[in-house]
Design a protein. Structure first.
Length: 386
């Protein structure tokens, strides 16, 4: 066996192959035997973890694309330029995987285009979400394409696309504002199903405001995970700007988390739901809001002031967990909260494994791209072209 082949047999690669194999088996069962074979969904719980995690969390955590490109290209903060391509790549893969995962829930992949091109329902929140996600995936694909064109040596196409950078960034901000908020607005239609501590007429605002620290934190979190294994792929500029990006994003995340915390309090005060805080559900809400919103906001502030990079990285991880917790609370945990335990939804093993499969597909594609394309470094032929 050659050295190259031996290098492929690593614990991470073995686990990846096992997960992908299990995912393919579950995929076959899903599309040949139906939802009932692989999920615990029913008429009371038609949306499960594939919506709560794969869609809602995926979209929120992919917000780093529009936040980073806005900081660099709209506000002119060029010191964050080294973070743009990694953020755009993460956002593009995140949204692509959201669409990919949605096929499992819809059940008829060939009809996924119907709301956009065949039977548009212009009065539906779902139509607006679907249209915005479709358009934003397209925008992200175009924003990501210069890296691919540089890798392929297609200079003319690369130069033409880069001239559209500002226009694409503006479109990304507009589309993200629309669909991030509309995902929250979807749940405004079910006030009797969501626990009052998580239901609010401000859900659209809460989802959008929380997407900002989610995106900033995901850039820090993803950069932390990628820094060691892909350190050899990073040029000196990327390495030199690494700490500056983290400190700048920490300040933005601290402020946006503080704003999100205030809106959460206003949402509870709006319907005077303070009495629920004395219940078990209240303790769970306080854990989410104090432990994964207020605390990381404080840690971000301290970390940025003291230039404590490890503390900021911990705050980023806590914020990512907090956003996932919030989206799952709204869509799964606090949904149908009044039903008896026997009728409450809990995802099946195959539902959970399929979500892990989707994430693994994303990580595998990410590894392929960053090991070949100019994501963490400037292509030698385009130095200072930006």
């Amino acid at each position: 066996m050659s050295t190259e082949n031996k290098s492929l047999i690593t614990p991470a690669n073995i686990i990846t192959v096992i997960i992908l194999a299990m995912g393919l088996v579950i995929t076959f069962l899903r599309f040949t035997k139906g939802l009932g074979t692989v999920t615990n969904l029913d008429q009371n719980n038609p949306w499960g973890i594939w919506i709560g995690f794969d869609l809602l969390c995926g979209v929120a955590l992919a917000a780093g694309g529009y936040t980073t490109s806005t900081a660099c290209y709209i506000f002119g903060l060029k010191k964050y330029h080294s973070a743009v391509r990694p953020a755009i790549l993460t956002a593009f893969l995140g949204y692509a995987l959201v669409v990919f995962a949605l096929h499992y829930d819809v059940g008829r992949p060939y009809r996924l285009v119907y709301p956009i091109f065949v039977q548009p329902g212009t009065t539906s929140f779902l139509y607006e979400v679907g249209l915005c996600v479709f358009l934003y995936v397209t925008v992200l694909a175009i924003e990501f394409s210069p890296a691919m064109f540089e890798w392929l040596g297609m200079k003319n196409l690369r130069d033409k696309i880069t001239k559209l950078t500002i226009a694409l960034t503006v479109m990304g901000v507009v589309l993200s504002t629309l669909h991030q908020s509309s995902l929250g607005a979807l749940y405004i239609a079910v006030p009797s199903k969501i626990h009052p501590l998580w239901y609010s007429p401000y859900l659209a605002i809460l989802f959008f405001v929380s997407s900002i620290p989610a995106g900033l934190s995901m850039v820090i979190f993803e950069g932390t995970l990628a820094h060691k294994p892909w350190h050899h792929m990073m040029d000196q500029t990327h390495k030199d700007e690494h700490d500056g990006v983290i400190l700048g994003f920490a300040r933005g995340a601290s402020i946006s988390l503080a704003a999100y915390f205030c809106v959460k309090l206003v949402a509870v005060a709006y319907d005077n739901n303070w009495h629920y805080l004395a219940t078990g559900w209240g303790a769970w809400w306080l854990l989410e809001v104090l432990g994964f919103v207020a605390l990381p906001s404080l840690l971000y502030a301290i970390g940025s002031r003291e230039k404590n990079i490890p503390l900021i990285k911990w705050a980023a991880a806590m914020t990512v967990v907090g956003i996932i917790l919030n989206r799952l609370n709204v869509s799964v945990v606090a949904f149908n909260w009044q039903l008896p335990a026997s009728q409450r939804y809990f995802p099946s093993f195959m539902e959970i494994m399929l979500s892990i499969f989707v994430v693994t597909v994303g990580v595998t594609v990410y590894r392929f791209i960053v090991s070949r394309m100019p994501i963490f470094f400037e292509h030698p032929d385009y130095k200072d072209a930006h």
